[in-house]
Design a protein around this ligand. Structure first.
Ligand code: MRU
Length: 353
């Protein structure tokens, strides 16, 4: 039993777990170019906010190694162009922009091209390492909040394979396993592309956590029938007032948690906060291809030419969130005040500029 990993820097190469092939094939692929990385993000071979940020960081570093420039300024110009390209791959997860900005800032005052090339790769590795540490810390705080509770519902995959390791929403289950604390996890399948059924169920089975699959439409009934004690989800972007974008269907669960009077927790590293936006109305929501809804595993389901609306994310208003769990601690309402209080005290944390 082992916690699966999705991103590795091995012998000078970026190797990712192809999440589109899961759960029936465990295939690792090398991403060798900027275009490989862009394609892997767009086609969901790698997905989940922190994992997207880490992969894009390595993508920028890989492309940077091949740029020939006379001066450090000219080199930075190439890097900025590549960063804009990668940033256009997916719009909602702010970790993407955050990681790309961090890499660019890390070489702004570097004097030589050779030093900048080395620095940018080191910064990508640091982002990955820090994310693993952040997720482990999130798991510890989440275990405190889940004290005395064992039946927990989640949606999508905010797990180890969506981060450097451990995950955000799934971190307490992996960490709990390491510490001998057992949970019964109920995973929503997460239509339209089934990150819950394909990824969360697989990932938790890999580390020996008890997991039960339900369809998204069974959530309300299951909370009552199985005595669910808490809901925990990840995040793609959290606004300054606590409004949280996450996988489509998260808002349904937040409303259900309120109706059933159970806690609704959001787990995310500080790199998922976007303090430049006041509230959730400003979060860009990705719309994805109609075929994700009209087809299942390549097989047509709906009539040809069916009109489709396919938003990949929704925004949960802060009022539905019991607490936001970060690596720096647990944030409770008043979010407006407490988010800036916590992130303001963190140097370099969060997407603040
Ligand atoms: O479309 P996806 O699979 O990238 O969406 C992922 C989610 O919504 C996750 O819950 C979120 O990114 C947090 S991952 C730790």
């Amino acid at each position: 039993m082992a916690i699966p990993l999705s991103i590795q820097w091995l012998n000078g190469q970026l190797i990712i777990l192809d999440q589109q092939k899961l759960p029936h094939e465990t295939e690792y692929i090398a991403l060798n170019t900027l275009e490989d990385v862009y394609d892997a993000i767009v086609t969901l071979k790698v997905r989940g906010a922190p994992a997207i940020g880490i992969t894009a960081a390595y993508g920028l570093a890989i492309a940077a190694q091949n740029h020939e420039a006379e001066t450090a300024e000219a080199f930075l110009h190439f890097v900025k162009k590549d960063a804009l390209y990668l940033a256009s791959s997916r719009p909602t997860a702010v970790n993407l922009e955050w990681a790309l900005n961090r890499l660019q800032e890390s070489i702004e005052s570097v004097r030589t091209v050779a030093a900048a090339k080395a620095q940018i790769l080191e910064e990508a590795k640091r982002i990955q390492k820090e994310d693993e540490e952040a997720c482990r810390a999130i798991g510890g705080y989440a275990l405190q909040l889940l004290e005395g509770k064992s039946k927990v519902m989640t949606i999508c995959n905010a797990g180890s394979i969506a981060t450097a390791k451990y995950g955000t929403a799934l971190a307490p289950f992996h960490l709990g396993k390491e510490l001998g604390r057992e949970f019964e996890v109920f995973a929503c399948e997460t239509r339209p592309v089934f990150q819950g059924a394909r990824l969360t169920v697989w990932e938790l089975q890999q580390s020996g956590v008890d997991v039960t699959l339900i369809t998204d439409s069974m959530a309300a009934h299951t909370i009552g029938a199985k005595g669910i004690e808490a809901i925990i989800v990840g995040a793609d972007r959290i606004a300054a007032n606590g409004d949280t974008a996450n996988k489509i269907g998260t808002l349904n669960l937040a409303i259900l948690a309120k109706a059933y009077n159970i806690p609704f927790y959001v787990s995310a590293p500080v790199s998922t906060f976007d303090l430049l936006i006041a509230d959730g109305k400003e979060i860009p929501i990705e719309e994805r291809p109609a075929t994700e809804i009209t087809h299942i595993a390549g097989q047509p389901l709906a009539p040809n030419h069916t009109k489709v609306f396919n938003p990949a994310f929704d925004v949960t208003p802060a009022q539905y969130i019991t607490a936001i769990i970060t690596e720096k601690g647990i944030i409770k309402p008043d979010y407006e005040q407490n988010i800036t209080g916590l992130l303001g005290a963190v140097s370099g944390g969060g997407a603040q500029s």
